[in-house]
Design a protein. Sequence first.
Length: 489
Amino acid sequence: MLKEYHRLFIDGAWVSGESARTEPVINPATEEVIGRAPVASVADVTRAIRAARTAFDDGPWPRMSVSERSAIMLRMADAMESRIEELIELNIAESGSTRIGAETFQVAIPIAHFRDTADRVLRTFPMETPLAPFVGRGIGQGVVQREPFGVAALISAYNFPFLLNLVKLAPALAAGCTMVLKPAPNTPLEAFVLGEIAEAAGLPPGVLNIVSGDIDVAVELTSNPMVDLVSFTGSDAVGRKVIEQSASTMKKVVLELGGKSANIICEDADLSKAVGSVVRDIILHAGQGCAFLTRTLVHRSRHDELVELVTSELAAVKVGDPALPGTVMGPVGSAAQRAKVEELIRIGVEEGATIAVGGGRPAGLDKGFFVEPTLFVGVDNSMRIAQEEFFGPVGVVLPFDDDDEAVRIANDSIYGLAGGVWAKDPVRAYALAQRIRTGYVTVNGGGGGLTPHGPFGGYKQSGLGRERGAAGVDEFLQTKTVVWGVSSG
């Protein structure tokens, strides 16, 4: 067993929950128990919220200088880096990530982004901006102040547990908020490690509280009047419930939700590179990424060529236990998620689409929640498989005849999280990117990954607000204008 936690992290201490109950944590590749985590009751969550409330109202954290908060956060980053190998192994076992995925975007890159927020963003963020003098009954001047929002409920998803925890934790800490972090029920262990890291770095008691549990825990966090802000990552269906539950106390809500992002491949695109992006977004972490480009829109003249190349590459992908050498794609996160993916595959066939490759479970893998890398062709954008998020290793291909049609198909979605454009002419590609109604667009592959400096978030039903960089910190700040007279006039 990799990790066992029997206590919750509340008010800077490890405390027993009301029931002292724990639940097993299952490795999605082997179905073996790899840890245990405590299950909080509503009373436990209320205790954690009260600790965060007291720490915000009476504690030092919101009143510390930027440099003081930065120093503690950088110590946290140091503590994470000192335990990076442990975190990588835990991530592989808990989330089903491949080793290369855990070593990069699951663990190492999030730590680097956390450090960037603690250092560059905090040093440059304008916490106070002077106002230009103004004239009314007299002459006045003033400042615009940025103050911590208050107590934040941070609710993360299972697919990138460490990354999503840090994407929320970093801006909340940088802004001076106090918080209660609730990880997904099936990936809680990486969150509790952060409690140990907070202790080692000297984070004041009550600033970070960590509770695990299911729906009743989340409802308490989204409805309790002592909470000022909710930051949630998950499905759009649950996001709507978060809004409803938060409405009675008028909380601010930041949502990073689903996506069905389009990857537009023009007739003059370099297919040798574009095909790699199509394959990657199907198999990367078994397709469990809200921003993955799972709708491939390809010019009709290149359709057959692209399908042949993608099909060939997907058929060769080695699927299996991500802890084993040579594994390229691991499992989806749970049996329930696999069942959802398989049901949507069945619906796609019923709708008249054709499976070009995959569609079942990999042979020889009797344990683990595996799905074959799958590609649908003969797809119309009105089909459910073109509109609904699989959250599994399944992509769809749709042809288009000109740029206007490509944009129309790309924007014909309730989502608007990400997108991609591939074209030989960078001016044309940039123009297409501007027409796609999404929060994040890559041109000819982008810069190799999400930048810590660029805001990330969605249009339409992909969410509210932004994460990462200065924009992410801004979500956790209130704006106050203070003015005074220079002369009585």
